[in-house]
Write a protein of this length. Structure first.
Length: 190
C-alpha cells in the first residue's frame, strides 16, 4: 500500500507541506509508505481543453514538456491520494488546480484511472477561506470517483508563518483521525 501527498504551495517547507508530511508520517506509522510531491519544484501547464486525451487509448495528455506525466503516474499507482493547498484569495493555488484539472480529464478519458482510490484534501490559511478551498478540492475527489473518509472536523488548519500549523493542535488531531480512518478503510477494502 502506498500514499502520495501533493503539495500545491509554491513555497517549500511551509504550513501546507508540514500538514501533508504529518499525514504521511501518520500513515507510515500504520504501515503505508508514502511520498511527497512539491509542485514548487515542478512545472505543470494548464489544461488546454484540446480533448486529445479522449482520443488516446491510455488517456495520455497532449500537453508535453512539463512534469505532468510523472506526477500523474504517481497518482495512478498510489492507493491513497492526499492533496494540499494554502488558501489564495479564497481558493486553491493555480499550480494545484492546473494539475488537478489535467489529472481529472486524463483519468476520465482513460476509463477512470483514479476511480475508487482513497484520499482527501488538506488546506491551510492565515485567517479564512479554508471551507471554500476544502470544498473546491473535495469536488475534485468526488468527480474523480474517489473515496474520502470523514474525520472529527474538516482537514484544515490556521497558520501564516511556516510552522504556525504545529501549534494548531485541533487541526493536527483532526488530521490524525482522518489518516486513521484512511488506514481503517484501506484495511477493510483489502
Amino acid at each position: 500500500m502506498r500514499a502520495i501527498a501533493i503539495c500545491g504551495s509554491p513555497r517549500r517547507g511551509g504550513n501546507t507541506e508540514q500538514l501533508l508530511q504529518h499525514c504521511l508520517d501518520r500513515l507510515a506509522a500504520g504501515g503505508v509508505s508514502g511520498s511527497l510531491v512539491r509542485l514548487a519544484e515542478k512545472r505543470v501547464e494548464h489544461c488546454t481543453g484540446c480533448a486529445v486525451c479522449k482520443e488516446t487509448a491510455d488517456g495520455s495528455c497532449a500537453v508535453d514538456g512539463d512534469d505532468f506525466a510523472d506526477i500523474f503516474h504517481e497518482l495512478t499507482t498510489a492507493d491513497i491520494v492526499l492533496v494540499g493547498s494554502p488558501v489564495y484569495f479564497g481558493s486553491a493555488t493555480p499550480q494545484l488546480m492546473a494539475l488537478l484539472d489535467r489529472a481529472g480529464y486524463v483519468s476520465r478519458a482513460g476509463g477512470g484511472l483514479l476511480s475508487r482510490k482513497l484520499g482527501g484534501p488538506v488546506v491551510v490559511a492565515r485567517r479564512a477561506g479554508q471551507n471554500f478551498t476544502y470544498a473546491q478540492l473535495l469536488y475534485w475527489f468526488m468527480i474523480s470517483d474517489m473515496v474520502v473518509p470523514g474525520s472529527s472536523y474538516w482537514n484544515m488548519a490556521f497558520g501564516a508563518d511556516p510552522g504556525d500549523v504545529q501549534r494548531d493542535t485541533e487541526a493536527l488531531t483532526t488530521l490524525d483521525r482522518f489518516c486513521d480512518n484512511l488506514l481503517w478503510l484501506a484495511n477493510r477494502l483489502k
